[in-house]
Write a protein that binds this ligand. Sequence first.
Ligand code: AP5
Length: 225
Amino acid sequence: ARPATRPAVLILLGPPGAGKGTQARMLEERFGLVQLSTGDLLRAAVAQGTEAGRAAKAVMEAGGLVSDEIVLAILRDRMAAPDVARGVILDGFPRTDVQAAALDDLLCEAGQEVTAAIALVVDDEAMIARVAGRYTCAGCGEGYHDSFKVPARAGVCDRCGGTAFRRRADDTAETAGARLAAYHAQTAPLIAYYEGRGVLQRIDAMGTIDEIGADLADIVSRVSA
Ligand code: AP5
């Protein structure tokens, strides 16, 4: 039997650097939802050298979109894990109309549907600056930025105390331009798709991380009540 309250399925839509990962991690902590980032899953596949990872590596480094086939196989595997029953925040998925239709089918099979698709609305120029200054803790994955989010103690992660940090291979100004172009061509049209379905919410994502987090928390409280 299905539980009385269905788990929330939230989608964060937005260009590279919009703050999807930053906000998804905050929502995960605050609401106990599971962050599901196809970018993180693909980077893990690249690091492990799996067949999918080997096929995805060059596409990701060039800033293009990995094939729907690879992304959907990875996503289906992850959605089958038991923790997903708590509810999910999809960060970086779906990114094409094929992926959006496949998500609908997958949810339908489980008697679920998209609870809300939240579009983070931002300027392209600001996105390049956010992406180019980004780095993460190698231990726990906490995200930082050279100017906008620095650790309280220089060189020490606020969350886990780790001292090793890394930057993504695709976080250069040129690749960020290609990623933005892919977003506008293939992913931005999904905003109209979810608007037509009556589940779209828009957020001004040019404010501070905490301001955006407060707006998002309001939406999540409302739609999952
Ligand atoms: P993915 O990992 O999803 O990258 P992305 O969409 O390019 O998004 P980012 O991770 O760059 O940005 P974000 O919005 O999470 O921003 P963040 O919170 O880190 O995908 C990477 C690649 O994988 C793709 O290019 C593609 O090749 C492939 N891929 C993934 N999913 C796919 C799919 N479904 N289909 C096909 N291919 C797929 O913030 C950025 C920085 O800004 C941080 O340093 C942060 O501290 C800072 N920051 C955040 N918010 C603010 C703020 N409000 N003010 C100032 N600074 C801020």
